[in-house]
Write a protein that binds this ligand. Structure first.
Ligand SMILES: Nc1ncnc2c1ncn2[C@@H]1O[C@H](COP(=O)(O)OP(=O)(O)OP(=O)(O)O)[C@@H](O)[C@H]1O
Ligand SMILES: [Mg+2]
Length: 257
C-alpha cells in the first residue's frame, strides 16, 4: 500500500538459538499488517498465539530472527536495523512486563531515550519541563520522575510511565502490549486516556494495541481489529470482531479459520 505508515509483510519469525543448536519452530507464520497514518489497530488472540513475539520482532529484539518477510516504516525497510536504530526511526514498544532498572531514575532513562530519538543531547532541565507538562496531563505526581525505573511501581504507575514515554518519545508507530491480568479499570483508563492525549497532539501516529480487553477497546475505539491465532492473523474487521470474541470466544474463529 502506497500510503501506509507502517507495514508488516509476510512476516515469519522464530526464537534465535545458539550456534550449533537445531533451529526453533516458527512462532510467527506469515503476518501481514498495514497501518495508515493516524490509525489504531487492535490485535487480540489467546495466550501464546504470538502477540508479544510480534511486538518484539517489530522492535528488532535479538531474541527472535526473521525467517521471511519484511517490516517497513514509511518508505524504509527497517527489518535489518538493530533495536536502537528502530527506536530512533520512530518505533516504540511498551513491554507487557516492564523491567526494573536498578539505580536508573525515570528522568535519567527518559533523557537518554529522548536524546537518542531526537539525535541531540537534551538537558535535564529541558526534559524536566516536558515531563512536568505530561505528568500533569496524565494526572501523575511530579515526584514520579525521580523514582527508580519500575522499582516498586504499581500496575497503574507502570502504565502511566509507559504512556509518558510514548508522549515524550513522539514515535511514528507505537506498539502497546497490555497485560491481561493485574490491571484494574483505572489502569486501563490511564492507557486509554493517555493514547487519546498523545494522539490529540500527534494525529499521524499509528498505534498497535495488543489486548484481551473488550473494555480497553471500548475506550480507545480502534479503526481495525485483528484476531491472531497460532502465529497468523485469521480475521480482521472493525469493533464487531471484538464483540463477537466477547460473545463466542476464540473457538468460533478457530473453526472458521
Ligand atoms: N524466546 C522464546 N523461546 C522459545 N519459545 C518462545 C520464545 N518466545 C516466545 N515463545 C513461545 O511462543 C509462543 C508465543 O508467545 P508470546 O509471548 O508471543 O504469546 P502472546 O500471544 O503474547 O501470549 P499472552 O497473551 O499470554 O501474552 C508461546 O508458546 C511462547 O512460549
Ligand atoms: Mg504477550
Amino acid at each position: 500500500m502506497a500510503d501506509a505508515l507502517f507495514e508488516v509483510r509476510g512476516l515469519h519469525a522464530r526464537p534465535t538459538v545458539e550456534q550449533g543448536q537445531p533451529p526453533a519452530a516458527e512462532i510467527l507464520k506469515g503476518i501481514d499488517l498495514s497501518v495508515a497514518p493516524g490509525e489504531v489497530h487492535a490485535i487480540m488472540g489467546p495466550n501464546g498465539c504470538g502477540k508479544s513475539t510480534l511486538g518484539s520482532t517489530i522492535m528488532g529484539s535479538p531474541e527472535y530472527e526473521l525467517t521471511a518477510g519484511a517490516i517497513h516504516l514509511r518508505d524504509a525497510d527497517i527489518s535489518e536495523m538493530d533495536p536502537d536504530e528502530r527506536a530512533r526511526a520512530g518505533v516504540f514498544l511498551a513491554f507487557q512486563y516492564p523491567q526494573e532498572i536498578p539505580g536508573v531514575s525515570v528522568i535519567q532513562f527518559l533523557r537518554q531515550a529522548v536524546s537518542a530519538r531526537r539525535g541531540t543531547d537534551l538537558s535535564v532541565l529541558e526534559l524536566r519541563l516536558s515531563a512536568m507538562e505530561w505528568m500533569e496531563r496524565l494526572g501523575m505526581d511530579s515526584s514520579f520522575v525521580d523514582r527508580y525505573l519500575n522499582e516498586g511501581f504499581s500496575g497503574g504507575e507502570k502504565k502511566r510511565n509507559e504512556v509518558m514515554q510514548m508522549a515524550l518519545l513522539e514515535p511514528e508507530i507505537a506498539i502497546l502490549d497490555e497485560t491481561d491480568s493485574g490491571l484494574d479499570i483505572d489502569a486501563l483508563r490511564v492507557v486509554a486516556a493517555g493514547i487519546r492525549e498523545v494522539r490529540a497532539d500527534r494525529p499521524e501516529m499509528g498505534v498497535i494495541l495488543i489486548t484481551h480487553y473488550q473494555r480497553l477497546l471500548d475506550e480507545v475505539r480502534p479503526d481495525h481489529v485483528h484476531v491472531m491465532l497460532d502465529g497468523r492473523i485469521i480475521a480482521s474487521g472493525g469493533m464487531e470482531i471484538a464483540e463477537s470474541l466477547e460473545a463466542g470466544g476464540y473457538d468460533s474463529f478457530r473453526q472458521a479459520g
